[in-house]
Design a protein. Structure first.
Length: 185
């Protein structure tokens, strides 16, 4: 009958309220810690996306870029926050690099997703033999974002043959102006 004792006097009520508040605070911290811990492994246990399948790799607009197409399947309806690509193997020291997509971001439902003309600031060899990527999503009823590993390179496999290099927009304009200049001569 602890509950009855809490209301006999104001000092006992204060002690009872203190115990309740400490218990509530400990419970909140524990729930938050467990939620954060689960968010670190959720992408492995219940991924939002399947691993990327990279196709059509080619040199990018500069010698330090690689352009490629990719596809994956979205398994759950979560809101995309960002995608991260790193030079270096997963669970080792890696350096985050720039990764851009052609076109505007789109809200996508579950199913097969296809991206064309993505550019990562690394060499093709780094892409296939020394890099990893993650997709970050906010899933319903989660306090923390879900980080799904979507690419892990394999340094045991040779880099695939590259397609035609991508010519940057500035280089295209220069070539066009050269052609016009030649016509005027």
């Amino acid at each position: 009958m602890t509950g009855v004792r809490c209301f006999k006097s104001s000092s006992e009520f204060s002690k009872c309220l203190d115990r309740f508040m400490v218990g509530a605070a400990v419970s909140l911290v524990l729930a938050s810690t467990l939620s954060f811990s689960y968010s670190l492994i959720e992408g492995y246990v219940d991924p939002v996306l399947t691993p990327l399948v990279i196709t059509n790799p080619r040199l990018g607009p500069t010698e330090f870029d690689v352009t490629f197409d990719a596809s994956a399947e979205k398994l759950r309806n979560c809101d995309w926050i960002e995608s991260r690509w790193y030079i270096g193997e997963r669970f080792e020291h890696g350096v985050r690099t720039r990764w851009t997509f052609a076109g505007k971001p789109m809200v996508r439902a579950k199913g097969v997703l296809i991206w064309f003309d993505q550019t990562a600031q690394m060499t093709p060899q780094e892409l296939f033999q020394n890099s990893h990527a993650d997709a970050v999503h906010q899933c319903p009823w989660r306090l923390f974002p879900t980080v799904t590993p979507i690419w892990d390179s394999n340094d045991d496999l040779p880099a695939p043959d590259l397609g035609e290099p991508v010519v940057g927009k500035l280089q295209q304009e220069i070539d066009m102006l050269r052609n016009e200049l030649e016509k005027l001569r």
